[in-house]
Write a protein that binds this ligand. Structure first.
Ligand SMILES: *Cc1c(COP(=O)(O)O)cnc(C)c1O
Length: 476
C-alpha cells in the first residue's frame, strides 16, 4: 500500500515524498529516517515488558512502562518525559554557544507547574501571554528578569500585575520586557506605568512587536507574521511610537520583537524576519534609540509524521550570523519544540465497530482532550502501547474517534493499525505541546490526568478531574 497523505505516510517506511525530502536534509544523511515515532521521539521506546507473549513489547517512557501508568492513573492521561524536555532545551541553548541569548519558553505550549519547574531549574526564561500564566510563574518563584509578556490583548489588570511582578518594592522588580502590540496598548501601559512609578515602582522595559510581513508556519491558524494577521504593528507605526517615546520617563525601550508563526520547518522565514528587525534596530540607533534585545519569537517546528524540522545548530547559525554584528542579545520563545515530542496521550479502546466496510475505533480520549486534529487538521501518529510483531502484517486502515457528540471528534483518520479490541491501549504521539492546555470540559467530560516521568520514577502532576471539579464555580 502506498499512502501519501499526512495521516498515513508515517507508516510508509520507504515510500514517496517523505523519502525524497529526507535525502535532502543534512540530518537524515547522518541518521536513517524511519517512520516509527518510537525511533524519532526521544525518551520513548518499545521494550520487552515481561509477562505477556514473549515477542510482545510495550512502550516505555524513559524507564516506565505505559501499561503500568495506565493501571495507576487510568486513561486518558498525558505522559511527559522530563529527560526529553531537558534535552530539547539544552540542545537549543547550546546551539547558540557564546551569542548572548535567552530562551524564553512559551508557557502556553504546556503550562503545568511541574513542567514550568523543570524549565525554571534549567534557568530558562519564559514568555507569557496572560495574567494566568504570569501567576503560574509567580507561584514557582520565577524572577521577573526571566519573563517577557507577549499578547495582542493585554488587559489593564494584567499590565498592572506585570508591572508589580514580583513585588512593588523590590528594586529589580518588574518583568524583563513588555512586548507591546499596538499604539492603544502602549497608551494603557504608559498610564499604568505612571501610577506605578508614583507608587515607587520603576519604569517598565518595552519592545514593540513588529509585523515583519513574512509568511511562515504550517496551518493558516498558526501563521502570524503576515500583514493581514492581527499580530504586531507595521514598521512605520512602530518607528513612530519608538521615536515619540524615545525620552519618555514612563517607558524604557529595550527591544524589538516579532513572532511569525508556528510549526515552521525552514530557516528562510526566520532569516527574512530577522533581517528586517536588524535593519529596524540600525534605523532606531541612528535616531538615538538603542535597544539591547532582539526577540524573534517562537515557532520552531517538530516532526509529527514525515516533517523534517530545522536542527538547532542550523537554526542558531542562521540567526547568529544576523544578530552578532548588532551586539544585541537574542531572545527566542520556543514552545512546541521544547515540549511537543516530550509528551504523548495515552488512551484506551472502548469499542470497535464497522460501518459499511469502514472501521471506527472508539477510544476514551476525545476532541476535548486533544483538539489539534480537528482544529489544525494535525496528524498525530497513533500506535498500540503493546506491540506484537506477529500482528503487524494484519494492519488495516481505521478511524480513531472519541465519545464526544461531534463529527469533528476524531483523533486520526485512516491510520493503519493491527486488529484492536476493547481494553487495548493506544498512544497518540507528539502531544506534549498544545495538548492538555487546549483541553476543555465539553460534553461535561473531565479533563485528563498528567504524569511526569523522571527516569524510573513518575509523578502524577495533575490528577484527573472529578465530577465535583466540573461543578466548581457554578452557582446553583
Ligand atoms: C505561541 C507563541 C510562541 C510559541 O510558539 P511555538 O510555535 O510553540 O514555538 C512564542 N511567542 C509568541 C508571542 C507566541 O504567541
Amino acid at each position: 500500500m502506498v499512502h501519501h497523505d499526512r495521516s498515513r505516510s508515517f507508516r510508509s517506511t520507504a515510500l514517496g515524498c517523505c523519502v525524497t525530502r529526507a535525502t535532502k536534509s543534512s540530518r537524515s544523511r547522518r541518521q536513517s529516517r524511519t517512520s516509527d515515532p518510537a525511533d524519532y521521539t526521544p525518551s520513548f521506546a518499545y521494550s520487552p515488558s515481561g509477562g505477556r507473549s514473549p515477542v510482545a513489547q510495550s512502550l516505555h517512557c524513559e524507564g516506565v512502562d505505559l501499561v503500568r501508568l495506565a493501571g495507576v492513573s487510568g486513561t486518558p492521561t498525558y505522559i511527559y518525559s522530563r529527560a526529553a524536555i531537558e534535552s530539547a532545551y539544552r540542545r537549543l541553548d547550546r546551539a547558540f554557544g557564546s551569542l548572548p541569548h535567552a530562551i524564553c519558553y512559551a508557557v502556553k505550549a504546556s503550562s503545568n507547574l511541574s513542567i514550568l519547574r523543570v524549565m525554571a531549574r534549567l534557568e530558562s526564561s519564559f514568555d507569557v501571554v496572560s495574567g494566568g500564566e504570569l501567576d503560574r510563574l509567580r507561584r514557582i518563584g520565577v524572577p521577573g528578569r526571566h519573563i517577557v509578556f507577549s499578547g495582542v490583548g493585554k488587559t489593564r489588570e494584567e499590565i498592572r500585575e506585570a508591572l508589580r511582578y514580583p513585588g512593588l518594592h523590590r528594586p529589580r522588580g518588574g518583568i524583563r520586557l513588555f512586548n507591546v502590540e499596538s499604539a492603544a496598548e502602549l497608551d494603557l501601559l504608559l498610564s499604568e506605568a505612571g501610577r506605578h512609578i508614583l507608587a515607587g515602582g520603576r519604569r517598565p522595559f518595552g519592545a514593540i512587536r513588529v509585523n515583519p510581513d513574512v509568511l511562515a508556519g504550517g496551518h493558516p491558524h498558526i501563521s502570524t507574521g503576515h500583514h493581514h494577521h492581527k499580530f504586531g504593528v507595521d514598521w512605520a507605526e512602530a518607528r513612530r511610537l519608538y521615536l515619540k517615546h524615545a525620552d519618555s520617563s514612563l517607558i524604557s525601550w529595550r527591544g524589538i520583537t516579532a513572532h511569525i508563526g508556528s510549526q515552521i520547518l525552514t530557516v528562510t522565514p526566520y532569516r527574512q524576519a530577522l533581517w528586517r528587525l536588524a535593519s529596524y534596530v540600525r534605523d532606531l540607533a541612528r535616531n538615538g534609540v538603542n535597544v539591547d534585545f532582539i526577540d524573534i519569537g517562537g515557532g520552531l517546528g517538530i516532526r509529527y509524521t514525515n516533517e523534517s524540522p530545522v536542527v538547532p545548530a542550523k537554526f542558531a547559525r542562521a540567526l547568529t550570523e544576523i544578530v552578532r554584528p548588532l551586539g544585541c542579545r537574542l531572545l527566542i520563545e520556543p514552545g512546541r519544540s521544547i515540549v511537543g515530542a516530550a509528551g504523548v496521550l495515552l488512551t484506551r479502546v472502548l469499542y470497535v465497530k464497522e460501518n459499511r466496510g469502514k472501521t471506527f475505533v472508539i477510544v476514551d480520549a476525545a476532541m476535548n482532550d486533544l483538539i489539534r486534529p480537528v482544529l489544525y487538521n494535525a496528524a498525530h501518529p497513533i500506535t498500540p502501547v503493546v506491540r506484537n510483531p506477529e500482528h503487524a502484517a494484519r494492519r488495516k486502515l481505521v478511524d480513531i474517534v472519541g465519545p464526544v457528540c461531534e463529527t469533528g471528534d476524531f483523533l486520526a483518520r485512516d491510520v493503519p493499525l493491527p486488529p484492536l479490541s476493547a481494553g487495548d491501549l493506544l498512544v497518540i504521539w507528539a502531544a506534549g505541546a498544545y495538548g492538555f492546555v487546549q483541553s476543555s470540559n465539553y460534553n461535561s467530560r473531565r479533563r485528563p490526568a498528567e504524569i511526569l516521568v523522571e527516569g524510573k520514577d513518575f509523578r502524577v502532576v495533575r490528577r484527573r478531574q472529578t465530577y465535583e471539579d466540573l461543578l466548581q464555580g457554578e452557582l446553583d
